[in-house]
Write a protein that binds this ligand. Structure first.
Ligand SMILES: Nc1ncnc2c1ncn2[C@@H]1O[C@H](COP(=O)(O)OP(=O)(O)OP(=O)(O)O)[C@@H](O)[C@H]1O
Length: 150
């Protein structure tokens, strides 16, 4: 596990861009945090770091948004409503593609997540301060985690 203290919005954006530089096709990140913690802000920074020009919004009403105009395509998932679905929608195949996948509310589908992934939790400490907690699963993500800095 790794923790980073962030003191401004700009620092969150910079952190996200640093992580984007480390990503490879097929990588999976999960993102947890209360309302207003900065999940969307972080994802926008990640997208920018991947070279995505399109505007990234929260996918709450669509479950999945795909952005294909960057260095690596990005799947942005919000599984909040997917957790209620009984049938298998085949969405887990996405993880093995050529994209980076970032999943919000991932704990709701914990059993279906890939074993190897990086879990990221954002905690709001004050108006501008955040704590980022990184939990890597698997060798690839342990290595990646060590290279993350602000
Ligand atoms: N260090 C920081 N990191 C991230 N956001 C920050 C920071 N400091 C201030 N903010 C502000 O906090 C808010 C975070 O909102 P954001 O929409 O990214 O959160 P969220 O976790 O996606 O919330 P929701 O679940 O409601 O979509 C923004 O208004 C942003 O400007």
């Amino acid at each position: 596990m790794k923790e980073l203290l962030i003191s401004s919005l700009e620092e969150t954006e910079r952190l996200a861009q640093t992580i984007a530089d480390l990503l490879q096709p097929g990588d999976v990140l999960t993102l947890e945090g209360d309302l207003g913690a900065g999940k969307t802000t972080f994802t926008k920074g990640l997208a920018k770091g991947l070279g995505i020009q399109r505007t990234v919004n929260s996918p709450t009403f669509t479950i999945l948004k795909q952005y294909e105009d960057g260095r690596i395509p990005l799947n942005h998932m919000d599984v909040y409503r997917l957790a209620d679905q009984e049938e298998d929608l085949g969405w887990d195949e996405l993880f093995y593609g050529e994209s980076v996948t970032i999943i919000e509310w991932a704990h709701l589908i914990e059993d279906d997540l890939p074993e190897e992934r990086l879990d990221i939790r954002i905690e709001r400490l004050s108006d501008t301060e955040r704590k980022f907690v990184f939990r890597p699963f698997g060798e690839r993500y342990e290595k990646l985690c060590k290279e993350i800095y602000v």
